[in-house]
Every structure is written in structure tokens, then in C-alpha cells.
Ligand binder design. Structure first.
Ligand code: F6R
Length: 241
């Protein structure tokens, strides 16, 4: 696992966008795995700027998002589909039918999860997986205790995650209690992974990840051969690269 520490969130975003852009330039039909959340917003903004300045083409790119609330309509402003449309997809030339988010409105959640795995396989697998991390070390919605070989599945959200996500809702009671998420095994299949860890409230998660703490779901990344951790000083206090 490679560790890169930058002074600011902006520099982390710059570096993440540069890695993603280089990946797309090298392999125009790249399959990207993408997160939602606050952390990647700066990265997505920079990718949009690259596209707008004519330096990046998403025409042949395919994307698979990590997760989605369940149940939720894709039109719901709180859905991760809505988030991705607003923060990236509607601003670049990726074909909308090449963008995939787990089907939060599916009647049969298990069938939707199996179909998601199949679609990823048929697309040739994820070339570059981008991750954020939760305060408790979750990646996607894989909370502590998730099996390392788990595939896309339906989960019950922990109270910690519901509380963390409630800042985006009017009231905590509106936060969905379930989600569909790529499993840890799904994430580990990606050829290359970058994980963005920024802000003081992620210090503990970063420390747990770096020490391979088994209580931290992200620690499974220690077993992958091409992982880069991009963090800012606020998250990395006391950590040396
Ligand atoms: C979202 C996802 C989550 C987030 C994590 C951090 O698709 O996979 O694991 O990456 O909850 O969220 P932020 O970036 O909002 O701190």
C-alpha cells in the first residue's frame, strides 16, 4: 500500500483527479468504480474542468458506483444516483447508459445485486476503483464485521453511519436504514485502487487502515497489490509517509 500525504484537501483532490485522468487517457474505455460523499466532490470538480477544457474525454468510459440507499427512487435528491448526476455525470460526456448505480428502487434487492455483479463482470471488471472512507473505517457501506470476500449485497446501516449521513437530511429519521453496496470482495477485484482520506474526523480510520486493524473494513485493502492512500495533513496527523 502506498501512502501519499498532501497539505490540503485541494491537493488531494488535484492528485486524485490526475490519477483518474491519466487512467482514462491511457485506456479510453476505462471502467471506473466511484464513491459518493463529501470527499470526492473536489476530485469530480477537477475532472469536470479537465473535460470542459477539452483535455479529457469520457465518451468510452463506464462507471460503477459503490453503493446506493435502499429503497430509494433514482429521482430522490438524497439518492446516490442523483448525487452522481449532479456532481459528475451531467457535466461530462460519459454516456448515461454507461453509468451504473446499484438499483435502489428494485423490488428484489438480491436479484439487483446479482445483476450488478454480472454487469461489472461483463464490462471487464473495474480498472480503477476510487474510495472514500467512513469514520468507522467503512468503504462503500461495508461496516465492521463484513466478510472480506463479500459481493454486492443489501446491508442494514449502523447507527454511526446513519448519524454521519444525517447531516445531509432534514432529520435523522429520514435517513434510509438499508443500502445496496459492492462487497469487500467486489472492491478487491479492481485492478487498481485509490482511497481518499481527508479531514480530522478520519484520523482514526486512517490509523486503523495503516495498522491493518481487523475491526476496520478498509483494512482488507492491505491484501491488494495496487492501492494508493491519498490523505491530507489533517487526517494524517502523527503519521509519516
Ligand atoms: C459513498 C461511500 C462511503 C463514503 C464514506 C465517506 O459512496 O462509499 O463509504 O466514502 O462514508 O463519506 P464522506 O466522503 O462524506 O466522508
Amino acid at each position: 500500500m502506498k501512502l501519499e500525504i498532501y497539505d490540503t484537501y485541494e491537493e488531494v483532490s488535484e492528485r486524485a483527479a490526475a490519477i483518474i485522468a491519466a487512467q482514462i487517457r491511457e485506456k479510453p474505455d476505462t471502467v471506473l468504480g466511484l464513491p459518493t460523499g463529501e470527499t470526492p466532490i473536489g476530485t469530480y470538480d477537477r475532472l469536470i474542468r479537465e473535460y470542459e477544457s477539452g483535455k479529457l474525454d469520457f465518451l468510452h468510459v463506464t462507471t460503477f458506483n459503490l453503493d446506493e440507499y435502499y429503497p430509494i427512487s433514482p429521482c430522490d435528491v438524497q439518492s446516490y444516483r442523483y448525487f452522481m448526476n449532479q456532481h459528475l455525470f451531467l457535466h461530462v460526456n460519459v454516456p448515461m447508459d454507461a453509468t451504473h448505480v446499484p438499483e435502489g428502487s428494485a423490488e428484489d434487492a438480491d436479484a439487483a445485486c446479482a445483476a450488478y455483479e454480472k454487469a461489472m463482470r461483463e464490462a471487464g471488471g473495474v480498472d480503477l476503483q476510487v474510495l472514500g472512507i467512513g469514520r468507522n473505517g467503512h468503504i462503500g457501506f461495508n461496516e465492521p464485521g463484513t466478510a472480506p470476500d463479500s459481493l454486492t449485497h443489501k446491508v442494514t446501516l449502523t447507527q454511526d453511519t446513519i448519524e454521519a449521513n444525517s447531516r445531509l437530511f432534514n432529520h435523522i429519521s429520514e435517513v434510509p436504514t438499508h443500502a445496496l453496496t459492492m462487497g469487500l470482495g467486489t472492491i478487491l477485484r479492481a485492478k487498481k485502487i485509490i482511497i481518499l482520506i481527508t479531514g480530522k474526523n478520519k484520523q482514526n480510520a486512517l490509523r486503523q487502515l495503516l495498522s491493518g486493524d481487523a475491526d476496520c473494513p478498509a483494512s482488507v485493502l492491505c491484501g491488494h497489490s495496487d492501492v494508493t492512500v491519498l490523505c491530507d495533513r489533517a487526517a494524517a496527523e502523527g503519521v509519516t509517509a
